[in-house]
Ligand binder design. Structure first.
Ligand code: PXL
Length: 272
C-alpha cells in the first residue's frame, strides 16, 4: 500500500490558514500525498492580507509539469490563481489534456476581504478554465460574479440552483454552490450547499457553525473533494465527505484563538 497523489495549484498563505497550507493539511488528513504548484505568495495573517507577489505563469506551468511528469496525480485543484494570465495558462494545460480531473475553486476574495484575483480574471475563468473543470466550487459572491448576477439576488436555495445551472451551462461537469456566506434572509442556523450534477440537484444541508475560525474553509473543501477523487470516490460521495470534513474542522476549531482574526479550522481532529 502506498498513498495516492494529488496536486494543488494555489497561493501561499503565510498565516497557514488557507491556500496551499490548508490544501496540504487536508490532503494529509485523507492520507493523500500532496504536491503543489505555487501561484502567488501572500503576506497575511488571520486579520489581513498585506501584500501579494504573483509568480510568472510560465513558472506555474513548470511546476505543474514537473509534478505531472513524475507522479501519478489522480486529481487536482486550483485555488488562488491571482491573475488572468495564470488562469489562462492553467486552462491551456487542461485544454491540452495534460491535467487530471480538475476541481476549480474560483477564489476571488479572502475571508478578510482582500482581492485575490486581478481584473479580467472572472472572464478568464468563465471562458477558458471552467469549461475544463470536473467541478467548480463557487461560494455565493463567486457564483454571482461568474453568472453575472447581483449577489443580493441570491436569497433562496432555488436561487442557488438557478445560478449553479447558469454556471454549469458554461462548461463544468458539476457545480457546487456553497451557501456558507449566508443567504440574506435565509435560516441563519443552516449553511446549505447545492450540487448541480447534470440534470440532478443535490441539496446538502448542514448546521452553520458560529465561529470566527473560518479561514480556509473553501480551500479545505475543494482539497477534500480532490483527496476523495484521488482515493477513487465518486464525485457525489467525495463532495458529501468533503462537506462533513469541513464541518468537523469548523466544530473542532470553533473556540481556538490562533491569531486575533479569522483562524484556521481543525484538519486533524485535534479538537478543543
Ligand atoms: O480562501 C481563499 C484563499 C485562497 N488562497 C489563499 C488565500 C485565501 C484566503 O485568504 O490566502 C492564498
Amino acid at each position: 500500500m502506498q498513498p495516492r497523489c494529488a496536486l494543488t495549484i494555489a497561493g501561499s498563505d503565510s498565516g497557514g490558514g488557507a491556500g496551499v497550507q490548508a490544501d496540504l493539511r487536508t490532503f494529509s488528513a485523507f492520507g493523500v500525498h500532496g504536491t503543489t504548484a505555487l501561484t502567488a505568495v501572500t503576506a497575511q495573517n488571520t486579520q489581513t492580507v498585506r501584500s501579494v507577489v504573483t509568480l510568472p505563469p510560465a513558472e506555474v506551468v513548470a511546476q505543474v509539469r514537473a509534478v505531472l511528469e513524475d507522479f501519478a496525480i489522480a486529481a487536482a485543484k486550483t485555488g488562488m490563481l491571482a491573475e488572468p494570465a495564470i488562469v489562462l495558462a492553467v486552462a491551456e494545460l487542461a485544454r491540452a489534456g495534460e491535467l487530471p480531473p480538475l476541481v476549480v475553486d474560483p477564489v476571488l476574495v479572502s475571508s478578510t476581504g482582500a482581492l485575490l484575483l486581478a481584473d479580467g480574471g472572472i472572464e478568464a475563468y468563465r471562458d477558458a478554465l471552467l469549461p475544463h473543470a470536473l467541478l467548480a466550487t463557487p461560494n455565493l459572491p463567486e457564483a454571482a460574479a461568474l453568472a453575472g448576477v447581483d449577489v443580493r439576488d441570491l436569497a433562496t436555495v432555488e436561487d442557488m440552483v438557478a445560478v449553479g445551472r447558469t454556471i454549469a451551462d458554461g462548461g463544468p461537469r458539476a457545480v457546487l454552490v456553497k451557501g456558507g456566506h449566508a443567504l440574506p434572509g435565509a435560516t441563519a442556523a443552516h449553511a446549505p450547499d447545492v450540487l448541480i450534477l447534470g440534470q440532478e440537484v443535490v441539496v446538502l444541508d448542514a448546521e452553520r457553525v458560529v465561529t470566527r475560525n473560518d479561514h480556509g474553509t473553501g480551500c479545505s473543501l475543494s482539497a477534500a473533494v480532490v483527496a476523495g477523487l484521488a482515493l477513487g470516490r465518486e464525485l457525489r460521495d467525495a463532495v458529501r465527505d468533503a462537506k462533513a470534513f469541513v464541518l468537523a474542522g469548523l466544530r473542532g476549531a470553533a473556540d481556538w484563538q490562533l491569531g486575533q482574526g479569522h483562524g484556521p479550522i481543525d484538519h486533524f481532529g485535534w479538537g478543543p
